[in-house]
Design a protein around this ligand. Structure first.
Ligand SMILES: NC(=O)c1ccc[n+]([C@@H]2O[C@H](COP(=O)([O-])OP(=O)(O)OC[C@H]3O[C@@H](n4cnc5c(N)ncnc54)[C@H](OP(=O)(O)O)[C@@H]3O)[C@@H](O)[C@H]2O)c1
Length: 176
């Protein structure tokens, strides 16, 4: 006669049958580590900037934005995870607070208008930002520029001259 061993057994102290040991299923808590990279998106409430902010949040970065109007007009939930700063890149001192603790900057600031306005917004504003970021030791600066197809240059002279001036400033700061 064969005997089989069961993992249910009789307790030696009493005659009651021990219940099988219940193992609670461990709950997996997905808490990502706090972000070590902080990205400042200049113009994060604009067309390109808002996509950059959303994508950066999806990748686990801490994200802040600076623009003249400040907070996003978007009502999407992700916008609540961005730290919104109000400031004007033409007034350089307004950048100082926003740059605190920042490791990378992406500038999506640019626009159209008269030739002098286009030079200011695409050129001067971004040159100010590049210099301020460099002075504060920001590791990386990305500038969203525009390809020059040479077709309507005479209408957009200030736009492209501004873009090229900002690109040159970025190249001058060798770390960028
Ligand atoms: N969209 C395109 O198809 C396209 C194509 C080629 C290149 N680009 C380039 O990509 C960049 C972004 O374009 P976009 O279409 O996203 O433009 P956009 O929607 O007009 O956004 C521009 C952003 O810049 C901010 N801004 C403007 N002046 C500022 C200042 N003085 N200080 C601080 N923030 C300022 C605006 O916010 P406030 O008004 O609140 O300040 C806004 O957030 C531009 O450089 C543009 O030339 C865009």
């Amino acid at each position: 006669m064969s005997s089989s061993t069961s993992w249910r057994h009789l307790s030696s102290e009493s005659n009651k049958v021990d219940e099988p040991f219940k193992v609670e299923e461990a709950e997996t808590v997905n808490t990502p580590p706090p972000p070590t990279e902080k990205l400042l998106v200049l113009g994060g409430n604009g067309f390109v900037g808002s996509h950059v902010c959303k994508e950066a949040l999806n990748r686990g970065l801490a994200v802040a934005s600076l623009s003249r109007s400040g907070r996003s007009s978007l009502h999407d939930a992700w916008a609540n995870d961005v730290t919104w700063h109000q400031g004007n890149l033409l007034a350089r001192e307004t950048l100082k607070d926003a740059l605190t603790g920042v490791t990378s900057v992406i500038s999506c600031v640019g626009g159209f208008g008269s030739n002098s306005q286009m030079y200011k917004i695409n050129g001067t504003a971004n040159i100010n930002a590049i210099r301020a970021a460099s002075e504060q030791g920001v590791k990386r600066f990305v500038y969203i520029s525009a390809a020059d197809f040479g077709v309507v240059n005479y209408l957009l002279q200030g736009y492209y001259e501004g873009k090229r001036a900002a690109e040159t400033e970025g190249l001058l700061k060798q770390s960028y």
